[in-house]
Design a binder for this molecule. Structure first.
Ligand code: URA
Length: 210
């Protein structure tokens, strides 16, 4: 395995590494301070040469405990939407822009805190390494944080959701909303509508995967 590094800051990242090697190396990442919050690195998960890579924001409480992305409530919603769109989650690589859970205490609970630009930038080399290892045909950013990480801070998911955008990252790159935004919809009707829009975005993705 070549030990040349992808970035100066992250000497941990070996080039041409397999996903397993990357996952192992990421366990000891201290490229930003989020490792100090005491939960494990949650690396991406899925088959090595998936045609589709989904990128979320950061692991939540349940993901941090399980060490796997999208296993909590947002993950369940994502699973349902993928089924409706005809996409098999077992064939998808799922990861996050930031690989540690950022949280603050509220009573006994750990409450999600949005990662800042420096934390997103600090984690970007891992995302680049995952993309280089997998070389997916399609990358989909789920929500503003992933879109900011991969498409730049001026990209607006609200304006360009479900559209394919020019990118050197993969032949097809798009963004849609984060599944947890659907969970936060104010009432049942709004949730239903948002879910339908999310599924419609995923169906566009399913078409280019065929
Ligand atoms: N939200 C995310 O963005 N990623 C996860 O893994 C879980 C919830």
């Amino acid at each position: 395995m070549a030990k040349r590094t992808l970035t100066k800051q992250l000497d941990l990242i070996p080039t041409k590494a397999s996903l397993d090697e990357l996952r192992e190396a990421a366990k000891s990442c201290k490229n930003c301070d989020l490792w100090k919050l005491g939960t494990q690195t949650v690396f991406g998960e899925g088959v090595a040469h998936s045609r589709l890579m989904l990128v979320g924001e950061q692991p939540g409480d349940q993901e941090a405990l399980a060490g796997k992305p999208f296993v909590g409530p947002a993950g369940k919603l994502l699973d349902n939407a993928l089924v409706e769109a005809g996409i098999d989650r077992k064939k998808v690589y799922v990861t996050n822009a930031v690989k540690h859970f950022k949280w603050e205490p509220r009573g006994k609970r750990r409450i999600h805190k949005k990662p800042n630009a420096a934390e997103i930038a600090a984690c970007r080399p891992w995302l680049d390494a995952e993309i280089a290892a997998i070389r997916p045909k399609v990358i989909v950013c789920l929500g503003a944080t992933a879109a900011q990480a991969l498409l730049g801070k001026d990209f607006r998911v609200t304006q360009h959701r479900g559209e394919f955008v020019e990118s050197t990252l993969a032949p097809y790159v798009a963004a849609t909303v984060h599944p947890s935004s659907i969970l936060r919809a104010p009432d049942e009707n709004a949730r239903h509508e948002e879910m339908a829009r999310f599924i419609a975005d995923l169906k566009k993705i399913a078409r280019v995967l065929q």
